[in-house]
Design a protein around this ligand. Structure first.
Ligand SMILES: Nc1ncnc2c1ncn2[C@@H]1O[C@H](COP(=O)(O)OP(=O)(O)OP(=O)(O)O)[C@@H](O)[C@H]1O
Ligand SMILES: [Mg+2]
Length: 160
């Protein structure tokens, strides 16, 4: 048996005509039970809107102040007002999956809190499976078509 193809338990298709659509979805997700311990992958081409989803979700969870793209820092941690943690990763600049171990990201990933990951494919196969995987596709008119896959029971609950 091979574990390289995770089972997708549920799939949802969303259409965001503009950023307000993204924000509304992020707000609804922020209100779901289980969000505080979720791992969410944000996939899609450059400029698809991955950071934008992360920002709206963190904002909806009560993060105030600037929410930077972690493209250069790789990781931005946040304390949530309710007492939880959130970590926003961007693995775009990873060129060697060993960095995953060397930089200690495995321990952070195994720790508590919400994890949001842009460019997870660049972190290599060490990255644990997420609860949700978003695929963001930009349409000719600038709207976004989004496929959301749940890969765990927590993920199923988040999009139910
Ligand atoms: N749902 C949306 N509708 C319309 N415009 C959007 C939407 N989401 C993001 N944008 C716009 O697209 C641009 C790129 O967004 P963003 O930085 O979130 O992309 P990204 O996927 O994180 O890119 P990168 O791969 O460089 O990290 C921004 O100008 C943002 O305002
Ligand atoms: Mg980004």
């Amino acid at each position: 048996m091979t574990l390289t193809h995770p089972s997708i338990l549920e799939t949802r298709r969303l259409a965001w005509s503009d950023e307000a659509g993204c924000r509304a979805w992020a707000r609804a997700l922020a209100a779901r039970p289980g969000i505080g311990g979720a791992t969410i992958e944000l996939r899609g081409p450059l400029g698809a809107g991955k950071t934008t989803v992360a920002r709206h979700l963190l904002r909806a969870l009560g993060v105030e102040g600037r929410i930077k793209s972690p493209t250069y820092a790789v990781m931005e941690p946040y304390e949530l007002p309710g007492g939880g943690l959130a970590t926003h990763f961007d693995f775009y600049r990873f060129d060697d999956p060993r960095e995953w171990l060397d930089a200690g990201f495995r321990d952070i990933y195994a720790g508590p809190g919400l994890k949001l990951a842009e460019w997870p494919e660049r972190a290599g196969e060490m990255l644990p499976l997420p609860d949700l995987r978003l695929w963001i596709d930009v349409q000719d008119d600038g709207s976004r078509e989004v496929t959301v896959q749940a890969l765990s029971e927590r993920g199923v609950g988040l999009i139910a």
